[in-house]
Design a protein around this ligand. Structure first.
Ligand code: NDP
Length: 240
């Protein structure tokens, strides 16, 4: 059955691949983005999907953005909380702002989207929420106390909300990607990246489409019995 799906941070990288995979499942797909209008325009030109700009870390902006989508397109049945940022640095160098901004967007974004969409999903008796965590939320990573804490928080958030949705046909799951070939990873210095790839048993970075396939399954009708779980897609780098 065709559903309305919103993918936060859907205009680039992993989010864009998720949008394409959900469209292939027959859904009406809407991407959200934070500020890069050029990337959003390029995305819409290429795919024909609508892109709505709002900051997922801003509670009121999310409520307003989701209300606009519901009014203009339809009630939201599938939410993929994919928007995320990094502000790396060792604890010594990390400012409070680096900490807070990563928590606000990466973890706060999940809360804000759930507040906007979860009640309606429960009322209608069907919903899918897929949260994009990270291998670094499972295993930790040097220089990422903010990012690792936010992503680890996503895994706890997923398990707790899954319990609230289970009786109402709403599943809540997470995917923990390993290192995927996107702009975010392109920002990692080459020598560091070489060391990371050397530790991936399959011997390469992942592709965004490989994460998207996992999301498409968790968002499907067939995924109804999977809830509160975390799917690790990481080339064997961390076996959890
Ligand atoms: P990108 O940096 O390529 O894209 C990030 C997307 O998030 C963009 O669409 C961006 O919008 C959007 N975004 C950023 N901040 C906000 C905000 N405040 N409100 C709304 N949208 C926002 O990221 P990736 O595709 O690499 O990563 C996607 C997700 O996967 C992230 O959560 C990331 O943490 C996670 N992940 C990625 C891994 C990787 O190896 N790439 C590994 C593990 C997890 P705009 O274009 O407007 O900036």
């Amino acid at each position: 059955m065709a559903r309305v799906a919103v993918v936060t941070g859907g205009t680039r990288g992993i989010g864009k691949a998720i949008c394409i995979a959900l469209k292939e499942q027959g859904h009406t797909v809407i991407a959200n983005y934070g500020g890069n209008d050029n990337a959003a325009q390029k995305f819409t030109d290429e795919t024909g999907f609508a892109a709505y700009k709002f900051d997922v870390g801003d509670h009121q902006a999310v409520l307003d953005g989701c209300a606009r989508i519901a009014g203009e397109i339809g009630e939201i049945d599938i939410v993929v909380n994919n928007a995320g940022i990094t502000r790396d640095g060792t604890l010594n160098r990390m400012s409070y702002d680096d900490w807070h901004e990563v928590m606000r967007i990466n973890l706060g974004g999940c809360f804000n989207m759930a507040k906007a969409c979860f009640p309606g999903m429960r009322e209608r008796g069907w919903g899918r929420i897929v949260n994009i965590g990270s291998i670094n939320g499972q295993a930790g990573q040097y220089g990422q106390v903010n990012y690792a804490a936010a992503k680890s928080g996503i895994h706890g958030f997923t398990k707790a909300l899954a319990q609230e949705g289970a009786r109402s046909g709403v599943t809540v799951n997470a995917i923990a990607p390993g290192y995927i070939d996107t702009d975010m990873v392109a920002a990692v210095p080459e020598p560091v990246l070489e060391k990371i790839v050397a530790k991936i048993p399959v011997g390469r970075l992942g592709q965004a489409s490989e994460i998207a396939r996992g999301v498409a399954f968790l968002a499907s009708e067939e995924g109804a019995f999977v809830t509160g779980s975390t799917m690790s897609i990481n080339g064997g780098q961390h076996m959890y």
